[in-house]
Design a protein around this ligand. Sequence first.
Ligand code: APR
Ligand code: PHB
Length: 388
Amino acid sequence: MRTNVAIIGGGPAGLMLSQLLNRAGISTVVLERRSRDYVLSRIRAGVLEHGTVEMMHRAGIADRMQREGHPHEGCFLSTEAGMFRVDFEAQCGQSVMVYGQTEVTQDLYAAQDQIGATVIHEAEDVMPHDIDGTPFVTYEKNGHTHRVDCDFIAGCDGFHGVSRKTIPAEKKREFERVYPFGWLGVLSRTAPAAPELIYANHPRGFALASMRNDHLSRYYIQVPSDDRPENWSDDAFWAELKRRLPEDVADSMETGPSIEKSIAPLRSYVCATMRFGKLFLAGDAAHIVPPTGAKGLNLAMSDVHYLSEGLIGHYERKDDSGLDGYSDRALTRVWRAIRFSWWMTSILHRFPEQDDFDQRMQEMELENLRDLDAARQAMALNYVGLPF
Ligand code: APR
Ligand code: PHB
């Protein structure tokens, strides 16, 4: 096979890149390790920044989001001193869209089918070759080895993918912070506990009340890093969640059977080389944020925005400035989101080695947010998404 851009990974980053490039007349081949059903079965994030919403429109996949998505103009922060609201619309004139990543991925697959894009599932042992010369990608399928010759390779294969590993170690500068806890998440066919998200700082640990729609709720509680989903019955989960949410919310919330229960580890990671030769990294392949700031999916989208612009410049105008500037441009926004996600994580969670002074500083950060308009504006601007 021959194509302009070989894309490794058929998650949100890979599919959105394929969609934008094909709409610009640039050919792609997406190589995804898993089956389509498996990719669509993964439960992930649920908050789209306004920049991501705009990209959905640009990619021609915004119809269902417009019908089924829920615009949110603010969120709540809960502490022992009470609950307060951060009003995104009032603070910065923007809002976010609550619409599941699963739905985004479903809309991307439907659009890719419609334009006849090439997405190869269950492609095994995908391997980039000659990434600093004349690149090509090989993969195994149905017992045969296949080869895709291309001009560029986009590594959209997530944190555990193959792309980042093919960049020589001496060319990579990596930063990492592993947090000493995880998030136990539950999806349930119940009405959301509140009309907007509630981020709770509680002495027993962090909790988050979120949702996918009026009949599908998503909740999280902070658990130790070595905890396991099977340690938690539904009843135990609901009881612990209620302890950490405001009393009036806990008393009135609907509970029910979990239809998904999993634990996500929390980590901040940046590979500060998002381009090597003809290989470009985008999304989780290049960076990981703790889910606290709801930035993972949105960062994948801003990377794809910059990378698609660079590739379109190359093919339409023989202008490589976008490609040459991709890594620096994407990393500028990545680092701002990494900081915001780290900050949200540090003020909302109980850290095992936290002492009284740390505890007091958390309380003061939250008081600062509650009482200072400028502090709430800074949070709102970062939460709804900094400009691309
Ligand atoms: N070969 C081919 N495909 C691979 C390989 C490989 N070696 N390794 C991983 N993949 C596939 C995975 O199966 C997955 O479908 O690459 C895709 C990567 O998708 P994501 O992990 O979703 O990453 P990304 O598209 O960058 O989206 C980031 O997804 O995981 C969430 O929290 C994350 O919300 C963020 C968003
Ligand atoms: C979710 O609904 O899954 C969600 C929302 C906000 C976050 C993290 C996860 O910060």
